[in-house]
Design a protein around this ligand. Sequence first.
Ligand code: TYD
Length: 141
Amino acid sequence: MQIVKYQFQQHGDHRGQLVSLEEFNDIPFEIKRVYYMYDTKDGVVRGHHAHKTLEQILVCIHGSCKILLDNGKEKKIVFLEKPYEGLYVPNTMWREMYDFSADAVLMCLASEVYHEEDYIRDYEEFLKFVQEDRSMHREGQ
Ligand code: TYD
């Protein structure tokens, strides 16, 4: 599994840093929604889902956290701690976010508005979904 991390341009000067994110320039999709998590309590694991179509970029704009990515075959853990670094999470990817520092702010830029129908919240269902997805791609070859 390939981990795709974006290094955003930092506009720094003597006053400090600034990062600007434009859809299709810095972010590879149209940004339809932005949300962020903060004040996450100790020991909490968030996420526990995949999306059928939505893609997103996660940026830990303050503090740090870990992201577990699982494509149904392979799992990888990514540490996020830089406000100028974005982790791309494609569709059909199970994710869990954990080990949030007390000051962590995890921002998510998403390609879709909130649609509960796009979520797969059951891990067994996710495994079935990716298997069907893969066999559909094989047939299409
Ligand atoms: P939830 O899906 O549990 O977050 P995560 O899976 O990332 O840990 O979302 C928490 C609550 O917020 C839930 O009641 C749904 C609501 N919510 C929205 O209304 N809009 C959104 O864009 C998101 C991500 C969540």
